[in-house]
Design a protein around this ligand. Sequence first.
Ligand code: C2E
Ligand code: MG
Ligand code: MG
Length: 573
Amino acid sequence: MNEQDSQIMSGNDRSTRITADDTADMLMDFTDILFYNFRTHEAAQKAFERIADYLDIFRAAVCVSSGRNAGTLQTLYTTETAVDDTTRIEEKSLRSIDGTTYTYRIYRRGGAAPLDMMQRRAMEFIFKLLHTYLNRQSSLEMAQYAKEHDMLFGCLNSNGMSEKLAAYRRDGVDFSKYAVVFMNVCKFKAINARIGFENGNRVMQFIINSLRSLLTEQELFAHIGGDNFSMLIRQDGLEERLHSLNSLICDILHEGRNVPIEIAFRMGVYCIEAGQDEISEIMENANLACRLARQCGKQNILYYNDERRRQYEHTKMLEAALEPALHNGEFLIYFQPKVCLDDFRIIGAEALSRWMHEGRMMKPDSYITIFEQDGLITDIDFYVFEQVCKMLRVWMDAAIPVVPISVNFSKITLETAHFPEKLLKIAAQYQVPVEYLEIEFTETCCMEDEEKFNEILTDLKKAGFSASLDDFGKGYSSINMLRNMNFDVLKLDKSFHNEGGKDTEGAKIILRSIVGMAKDLGIQVISEGVETAEQVQFLRQLKCEKAQGYYFDKPLPADQFIERLHEGVYHRD
Ligand code: C2E
Ligand code: MG
Ligand code: MG
């Protein structure tokens, strides 16, 4: 008998000669089974079956403990034999890289022969292999957990939510009873800025706890990243439950005092339609509704529907078309003359954009608000301004009797850094004297940050531009705006003239006092939307000096406008 061979008495009292090669084979099998099998219990059971007789083992287990946590015993291998007082236990503790301790226990029958040298070495090998295997398993589980969970807050992440929905679909859950809600925390950036990042995380945890307590079994929520969440929630009583989330207050201790943080969400809701089980579409529909809710800014809760998707796709299409359109000259500049009411001379004009897109002329109302939402309006505004400068240069060089041209600027464009300097630079590039350029702002420009707007206005005035307050009277115009800000021109909105072309008594009284007040403040007044001779007559009585409107001309393409410039005056009765 080879020195390394050993002899054991098996449980069946069967005497078998085991060679070193046999041992190596058994251990190889043990290794292979674990190596290729990722289901821990099944793998361990099978692997131990290969070496159980050799080592006279009837049970194996591991206890995983960390720190003061005593850990729980997990069975790795069982047979029908029960543990009793005579059972011999071989034990080995091994530490893992993350500090957890794995204590392996191998149970041998009371009457089993003591382990010889080779069996001991085999046992040592088995402990270490098991340890490597279980650590691989725990890393895989951790990776899987990380794939599906938010590691900071311990809730599902976007991927986890999709996986859970996929599992629900496999289990035949009736999705049409549920809605998916995408939620964005309103002004979370500002909350973070106010109470700091760590406290911001506390607010997040508070939100997560609130969602957890709102939802019942089978309902789900996930932290999608940043300040975004999603939920799978039953449609019954949905609205009420969603509203309850919009009145949360989280008390945070900040700089030694309690700061109550009010939490509100913008929510996009997709009530899952019967037959809809495409998870990516379900999520996308809710997401789209949430984006629309954030864009429109008015509604806290917005429901997905097909019309909203069409609108969204139209917006996306326009956004994608804008850059090439600007590049290919699809944006045209129309000019609407401004007229002196004393003698009907053309004393100026307003530049208005038109978009020739796919053979169709689009008016500003169909694209301005869309591009204001995504900020692209800035490109249009600067493009129009530059085109106006370019044309004025060409017209001046051609000795055409030019007049000052006003250009509209959105409040979004005002946020451009060094706005007045940029305008000056463009005017200088085309050598257009700034007296020929007027900047039109609507009242919304002045409302959000009055101080900042005043700075811009002052800089523009210093640079020599004129500035006008457009559409006065359309929204919530304030007389203070006129007094506090240094506008040169007040443009009365066309809504002051009623649609039939005749002014009501009330409108006349208001018009008269506004014109008087502006004049007293030294501001010129121009009335927009003038369509009838009666309106002209009345404006003259008020001593309103200028008008713009269909009575004289609609906005004109450049060539027709040049003709008007040559004529210089309107002949009206
Ligand atoms: P706005 O600046 O108040 O321009 C006057 C609008 O009233 C123009 O509409 C013009 O066609 C219309 N209008 C002029 N006279 C009359 C009239 O007698 N009766 C009626 N019913 N309407 C009249 P448009 O060209 O469709 O422009 C609409 C708005 O779009 C403009 O209002 C302006 O706020 C904005 N807009 C146009 N071009 C630009 C641009 O390049 N940039 C920015 N930010 N806004 C622009
Ligand atoms: Mg205007
Ligand atoms: Mg206007």
